[in-house]
Ligand binder design. Structure first.
Ligand code: BG6
Length: 471
């Protein structure tokens, strides 16, 4: 619906931006840090690994000063588990602990609320080697031990914690590493239990702090108006979104999905009464979610699905292959959606729909913790970076936020990806998301000097006007 007048952004709206430790810090073996699973994962040819990041570990003060200049109200960053507990568990590394105290100090001095992700794709490699990481129930206990250190150290000064970044993407895209679908859903269950117990622990240790899950959530469109495609969209919503948020917010698994798992012989076996009790007792204070663009699916029969999946995997079209669920749905490209040069959807209306769906189902305050336009940028000789495409992207998504607020959604803040350029999960540094440009190439680190992009100045104006001036 179209409103005559849009509501203003609420007072105290959390404007800021996001990052994650392994993608920006660098210093990957410095001050006692050990490897995490993202450091050891194979990177595509021609792209950098994460070892040097954008040297945020040494330059966080400069970066936070630039965020202050933009008027940030919050900064979402993650704590590196292998910096705090180099062996994954056991002896705490004081240098790692001190580092995040310094980052938090710097944020608070600048009037910026730290929003802390506890775990963002950086499981200590040592735990992966020891027992297969999340394949083992032991990982729940080790994650909790790590969370306890973070809550005790930082919980009196950090108001917002996020449990696990994009658990759903880890399960749906990287689930293969556990050896079969059943094991993947089992590992996913352990993560859900770990998350629930972390929320309970956070409320015990730091009752003033708020804690939330942080999945990647998006509205799902049916490819056509056929009843089959509508059912497929509903099913995929259950698998991609509700599996992660119904469990976090209500402590229940979606029923049809459980029956589907049983029917397909992939129901995880190790689910105890105690687990379900913990999941019921855990109460998130808000929902954080990452949004890049709505998904689209069509119905596919079991027979056609098995064939299509095999063909796609054979052609190394993993996206289609992994997103084909024989007898349920298949993800397809949406010809009505605009896309970036990297093929990522640009869909601000999808954001409004997603916000509405989340608010209407869970009635918890919402925080957008990622949303952004990853494309190459050009540093001009005079030190400017003209990125009208990013401004346009952010403008449209912020407008969609305002429309959702006018719809009645309780939106706490907007934290796009990313505050400064960092290393993309799969596409190196060439795919840039930042408001602040970092001068380095894939393999030439240069001086990693920081520059203000045009979007930096534009976002400063947006924040100054509390979202009233989007021009
Ligand atoms: C999210 C992740 O999936 O998307 C980030 O939480 C990631 O870590 C971001 O960087 C953008 O994806 P990509 O692949 O372009 O880096």
């Amino acid at each position: 619906m179209q409103f005559k007048t849009l509501k203003p952004f609420p007072e105290g709206f959390l404007w800021g931006a996001s990052s994650s430790a392994y993608q920006c810090e660098g210093a990957y073996l410095e001050d006692g840090r050990t490897l995490c699973v993202s450091d050891t994962a194979k990177v595509p040819a021609g792209t950098t690994n994460f070892n040097d990041g954008v040297d945020h570990y040494h330059r966080f003060k400069e970066d936070i000063a630039l965020m202050k200049e933009m008027g940030f109200k919050e900064f979402r960053f993650s704590i590196s588990w292998p910096r705090i507990l180099p062996q994954g568990t056991g002896k705490v590394n004081p240098l790692g602990v001190d580092h995040y105290h310094e980052v938090i100090d710097e944020c608070l001095k600048a009037g910026i609320e730290p929003v802390v992700t506890l775990y963002h794709f950086d499981l200590p490699q040592v735990l992966q080697d020891k027992y297969g990481g999340w394949a083992s129930r032991q990982c729940i206990e080790d994650y909790l031990e790590y969370c306890k250190v973070c809550f005790e150290e930082y919980g009196h000064r950090v108001k917002y914690f996020l449990t696990i970044n994009e658990q759903n993407m880890m399960a749906l895209y990287m689930g293969g590493q556990y050896g079969g679908e059943k094991n993947c859903w089992q590992a996913n269950h352990y993560m859900l239990v770990a998350q629930a117990r972390a929320m309970i622990l956070c409320h015990e240790i730091c009752p003033e702090a708020w804690i939330a899950p942080a999945p990647n959530i998006t509205a799902i469109y049916p490819a056509t108006s056929s009843p089959e495609d509508n059912l497929a969209a509903m099913d995929f919503d259950q698998l991609r979104n509700r599996l992660f948020l119904d469990t976090a917010c209500f402590g229940t698994y979606p029923e049809a999905l459980i029956n589907w798992w049983k029917d397909n012989d992939v129901m995880p076996e190790d689910i105890t009464e105690e687990d379900m009790k913990n999941m019921k007792n855990a109460k998130p204070d808000f929902i954080a979610f990452n949004y890049y663009g709505a998904g689209t699916v069509r119905y596919i029969s079991k027979e056609d699905g098995i064939k299509a999946k095999a063909e796609a995997m054979e052609k190394m079209d993993f996206m289609t292959g992994l997103m084909t669920y024989p007898g349920m749905c298949q993800a397809v490209k949406n010809p009505l959606q605009e896309v970036t040069s990297y093929g990522m959807a640009i869909d601000p209306i999808g954001l409004r729909i997603t916000l509405r769906q989340l608010w209407e189902r869970y009635h918890l305050p919402l925080l957008i913790t990622e949303n952004g336009c990853g494309v190459p940028d050009k540093l001009e000789e005079d030190g400017t970076i003209h990125d009208p495409y990013r401004i346009d992207y952010l403008r449209k998504h912020i407008k969609a936020c305002q429309e959702a607020i006018t719809d009645g959604v309780n939106l706490m803040g907007y934290s796009p990806w990313s505050a400064f350029d960092l290393i993309s999960t799969h596409q190196g540094i060439t795919k840039r998301y930042g408001l602040i440009y970092v001068d380095r190439d894939e393999f030439d680190l240069k001086e990693m000097k920081r520059y203000r992009k045009d979007s930096f100045y534009w976002y400063k104006k947006v924040i100054e006007s509390n979202g009233a001036d989007l021009d």
